[in-house]
Design a protein around this ligand. Structure first.
Ligand code: TZP
Length: 217
């Protein structure tokens, strides 16, 4: 396993989904609840504004010893000293990004099937985010969610960590782990939570409990 992927829970940002609160304040609360990886994904921002958010989140995540991944933009990643990039299907190919970022930064990839997960691993991804696993409002246009069977299929065929995304809730963590998820990536479960700190703690507690149950059946 890639030891640099040392977290169970990704907070994926969307400043439009914070229930009217400032994104930085919500993310800080989630970090104080134990989140150790943030993916900056403000896709609609002009690059200079994105850079300002990235600088701010770099210092905030560093304060908590958390990883910062930048969606798509490796130039922004390098400029702020982020831990890596998270690539989409239409981003630059992984081998090209690896050449630019070097061996030490994390490269993740969004995938929508087991086949894509295999391809991402072959191309050199450090981890994949697979989804949407469950129904989630922002992805309804993509059609039916993948479900746990696709997760199981991907987990049976790749060795890099798989993070499940789409409709993540604390009560779903046990079945996601049992079906091969190394971790989860969440937007609304953290950003829309009335208390993002409590929500982070609760999600992370589910990981601990489920893993303990797996170790001592
Ligand atoms: N990719 C697949 S599902 C999704 C993304 C970005 C949205 C996840 O949002 P939520 O609120 O955690 O279901």
């Amino acid at each position: 396993m890639n030891s640099r992927v040392d977290y169970d829970l990704f907070l994926v940002t969307d400043r439009h989904q914070t229930a009217g609160r400032p994104l930085d304040a919500v993310v800080r609360k989630a970090l104080s609840g134990g989140i150790r990886a943030v993916q900056l994904r403000e896709k609609d921002l002009p690059v200079r504004e994105l850079l300002r958010w990235a600088e701010m989140f770099r210092s905030m995540t560093a304060e908590f010893g958390a990883r910062l991944l930048i969606n798509d933009r490796m130039d922004v990643c390098l400029a702020v000293g982020a831990d890596g990039v998270h690539l989409r299907a239409d981003s630059l190919p992984i081998p090209a990004v690896r050449k630019i970022l070097g061996p030490d930064r994390l490269i993740g990839r969004s995938v929508h099937s087991a086949t894509e997960a295999i391809e991402a691993q072959r191309a050199g991804a450090d981890y994949v985010i697979l989804g949407p696993i469950y129904d989630t409002p922002s992805k309804r246009a993509m059609g039916k969610p993948l479900g746990l069977s696709e997760l199981r299929s991907a987990a049976g065929q790749v060795s890099i960590p798989i993070f499940a995304i789409g409709g993540i809730r604390f009560d779903r963590i046990p079945e996601l782990i049992r079906n091969g998820a190394r971790g989860v990536a969440a937007i609304s479960a953290l950003l829309q939570a009335p208390d993002p700190r409590e929500s982070a703690e609760r999600l992370l507690r589910e990981f601990k409990t489920e893993r303990a149950a797996a170790t001592f059946p």
